[in-house]
Write a protein that binds this ligand. Structure first.
Ligand SMILES: *Cc1c(COP(=O)(O)O)cnc(C)c1O
Length: 386
């Protein structure tokens, strides 16, 4: 058996994107320019939207922040979200001056529990920020009905869910805003990068402006052969724009998005079948009305049912050359949120229990069949010992 280390979340990089980056570098235009525009057009088409509705940015965190600002979220507002997410979801809310408010997850889907949302709504609640955890779409019919009743903006954190659909509709297009990540480990990568899509074109235009210092014309147009044009600063914006070198990677990653999805689906189903009899909890089978994005395959290893603890399992996997991930320690486990927001793990018991027991297996489309088998053999060996 090969002892080569299996890197968790290894990207699937092909010759096309390597050559496209070189071409972009030789073009002399590295910043936000024609490649970013092409990537926005391709992404919008992939989501069934108009090109103006998609704004490429330098991270999903930036996309979340801009969506909240476009929705008018600010100090004194509350935004409901899930405790089982990456810290960026909550931090983006905090950076608007608003307060994130946690709603516990459904222990089966690991997504925000729609039946627990209403109890957390107050007169200050302005928006809902569901996260399609692991690539499984949230219960959007219920979430959108609550949003309608209480006039809340819905911002979908689609960092795990670029390929997902819910009752035939693409994730990110169900709510008012959809935020995507192209970080190195995500299903589509540009190294670092993100995209925000907006139902409302005027809000997309505002986010495009805010993403580049609040200037009225982007740099590409300023310096292009159309002639120099003065820009005007109309808001105190941010430095959130994507570079052409990143978009050069993204256009080819997006062109292969279905192949990557098929491969991860195969691996995901292989894990489910091969690990079915082990003393762990496997992810739930997705219902027929969704397309799962297969971003994460998570096991729950809890010391009362499994022969080893989650953290011992992680150490043993690493020792045999297999990188694993933890998605996530629930947000209330972190000292910042405890100290500044008073969050306690017991307030969201389902997410906290998942956070203590969850571990994610490698699911990169770049994994070979032999590597997948090596992961299965290692998991089985660790969990079958008495
Ligand atoms: C990765 C991730 C983010 C942040 O994405 P970046 O592109 O790294 O800013 C936000 N939310 C979730 C759920 C994520 O997994």
């Amino acid at each position: 058996m090969s002892q080569d280390f299996i890197v968790f979340g290894a990207p699937d990089i092909c010759e096309e994107e390597i050559l496209e980056v070189i071409t972009t570098m030789r073009s002399g235009w590295l910043g936000t320019g024609p490649k970013v525009k092409e990537f926005e057009e391709l992404f919008a088409a992939f989501k069934g939207m108009d090109a103006e509705q998609a704004v490429a940015v330098n991270s999903c965190t930036a996309a979340l922040h801009l969506s909240l600002l476009a929705a008018g979220v600010g100090p004194d507002d509350e935004v409901l979200t899930t405790p089982l997410t990456f810290c960026a979801t909550a931090n983006a809310i905090l950076h608007t001056g608003a307060t994130p408010v946690l709603v516990d997850v459904d222990p089966q889907t690991m997504n925000i529990d729609p039946s627990a949302i209403a109890a957390r709504i107050t007169p200050r609640t302005k928006a809902l920020m569901p996260v399609h955890f692991a690539g499984l779409p949230c219960a959007m019919d219920e979430i959108l009905a609550i949003a309608r009743d209480h006039r809340l903006t819905v911002i979908e954190d689609c960092a795990h869910a670029v390929e997902a659909t819910y009752r035939g509709r693409a994730t990110g297009t169900l709510g008012d805003f959809g935020c995507f990540s192209f970080y190195a480990t995500k299903n589509v990568t540009t190294g670092e990068g993100g995209m925000v899509v907006s139902r409302d074109i005027a809000q997309a235009q505002r986010m495009r402006m805010l993403a580049l210092h609040g200037m009225t014309r982007d740099a590409w147009k300023r310096f292009s052969d159309e002639g120099y044009a003065h820009y005007q600063v109309v808001e105190a914006g941010f430095k959130y724009n994507m570079m052409d070198m990143q978009a050069a990677i993204g256009v080819h990653q997006l062109a292969r998005v279905n192949g990557g999805w098929e491969r991860r689906k195969t691996i995901w189903n292989r894990y489910r079948e091969a690990l079915a009899d082990l003393p762990v909890i496997l992810p739930a089978e997705p219902p027929g009305y969704v397309r799962h994005a297969y971003h994460l395959f998570t096991l729950q290893i809890d010391a009362t049912h499994s022969p080893v603890s989650r953290d011992v399992f992680i150490r043993r996997m690493t020792a045999v050359g297999i990188g694993v991930g933890v998605h996530y320690l629930a947000l209330p486990a972190h000292p910042y949120y405890q100290d500044h927001l008073g969050w306690r793990p017991d307030d969201t018991p389902h997410a906290s229990a998942i956070g203590r027991s969850t571990v994610s297996l490698p699911l990169s489309p770049a994994l070979s069949d032999a590597q997948v088998q090596r992961v299965i053999n290692a998991v089985t060996a660790i969990l079958c010992q008495a």
